[in-house]
Design a protein around this ligand. Structure first.
Ligand SMILES: *Cc1c(COP(=O)(O)O)cnc(C)c1O
Length: 399
């Protein structure tokens, strides 16, 4: 046991605004302006934020909504996949088994059927081959998740979907701002490869709101128009042209997000700098697999993998004792969720099961200061040593 020190604990996440008085002052003023304006939903702040997001994403038409979860569902509906958007109840959407539960919920909420694919032998993303093996007669779309900030699978999936006549929906909740390069050398931002992209601005994402918010980007303006209808009860002019829902973005969130977007390049650069420091510091630690680096990674989360669940849990405990908070993304693959298991086709998905048991997310966010980073870098190997010994000691035996 290390003796207690006076060093403050490092939380898993901290808002960048708390430590930035200048940004806090700008945001406070922006809030006051919105409050005084009396316009609180889908007004000028939302339109201005949509325009900036559109400019960032190759001029794709952007539709601001109230969460990333609704963005995913409305992306599918706007493309006509599933009953909500006028498609069939047996429309299938291929998605990773190892991702946030919102991805499967969105497919079901759109009135379509989720088909889970396993992760590749290395890394956190499913391979092209796995997608192809899951493709059937009723497959309509691929939901590609840029898990943890890794957008590297998007170019090949975009080419595959084009060739197969499938829609590609990018879930860029965790890889907003990431870029990737196709085999022909083209480099593009996540959100501009597929037919639709869903963004989340939940506070811990790479662009975080002070609450819930999300957005969509579309290659085809007709799909954007459909999404605009769906987010607001089918309302256009004086009519309700279709049934939709309430997925509108608030003016307050739009105003705050617009300010955060202006500071986003520095925030992303800081994430990349921290990841590079971790990767350089922890090469060749026995029993620890580091996340793959690739040009353009957005490093929303820095997720390491241990050899077995006991080691992962022991590492989390050892880091907690040193005051470093961690999280498990995700403790169960989707096919193991009580509500989703009955929908699974029974295909074996061993990599997703393994990763759910063995992966651990370490703190990585722009508000980490250099002292925090140095401490995390120093503490990890020590904690890993404790964890390896603890996991090797049978329960009840003397250490
Ligand atoms: C956060 C997240 C979502 C959902 O976004 P919300 O804004 O929380 O609804 C969807 N997919 C992934 C991969 C996410 O990380």
């Amino acid at each position: 046991m290390t003796p207690a020190t006076a060093t403050a604990a490092i939380p898993f996440f901290r808002s960048p605004v708390r430590d930035d008085p200048e940004m806090l002052a700008h945001m406070t003023r922006a809030c006051a302006d919105v409050l005084r304006s009396g316009v609180y939903v889908l007004g000028p702040q939302v339109h201005a934020f949509e325009a900036s997001l559109s400019a960032m994403h190759d001029g794709r038409e952007v539709v601001a909504v109230n969460s990333g979860s609704d963005a995913l569902c409305l992306a599918l509906a706007a493309l006509g996949v599933g009953t909500l958007g006028g498609g069939g109840a047996d429309d299938e959407v291929i998605l990773p088994a190892y991702t946030f539960v919102a991805c499967a919920e969105a497919v079901l909420a759109a009135g379509a059927r989720p088909v889970f694919v396993d992760c590749a032998a290395s890394g956190f993303l499913p391979s092209l081959e796995a997608h192809h093996a899951a493709r059937g007669e009723r497959t309509r779309a691929v939901l590609a998740v840029g898990l943890f900030g890794d957008a590297s699978a998007l170019p090949a999936l975009a080419a595959y979907c084009r060739q197969q006549g499938l829609w590609l929906v990018e879930d860029i909740a965790q890889c907003f701002g990431a870029s990737s390069t196709a085999t022909d050398g083209t480099t593009r931002l996540a959100g501009t490869w597929g037919d639709a992209a869903a963004m989340s601005f939940y506070p811990t994402k790479t662009l975080g709101a002070a609450g819930d918010a999300g957005a969509l980007a579309f290659a085809d303006a007709r799909h954007a128009r459909q999404a605009r209808l769906l987010r607001n009860h089918g309302h256009e002019g004086n009519e309700h042209l279709c049934l939709g829902r309430n997925s509108r973005m608030d003016e307050l969130q739009a105003a705050l997000l617009h300010l955060a977007l202006a500071a986003f390049p520095q925030a992303l650069a800081r994430r990349r700098e921290i990841a590079a420091r971790y990767l350089a510091a922890w090469t060749a630690l026995p029993g620890l697999t580091l996340p793959h680096d690739h040009a353009g990674h957005a490093w929303n989360y820095f997720v390491v993998t241990l050899g077995a669940r006991a080691q992962r849990d022991a590492l989390a405990d050892a880091l907690a004792r040193e005051g470093v908070a961690t999280r498990v993304y995700y403790p169960a693959p989707l096919q193991h969720h009580r509500a989703l298991a009955p929908l699974h086709d029974g295909r074996a998905l061993p990599r997703s099961e393994h990763l759910a048991q063995c992966s651990l997310a370490l703190p990585l966010y722009p508000a980490l200061n250099d002292d925090d980073i140095n401490r995390i870098i120093d503490v990890l190997p020590v904690a890993l040593g404790h964890a390896t010994r603890a996991a090797a000691t049978p329960a009840g035996a003397a250490p």
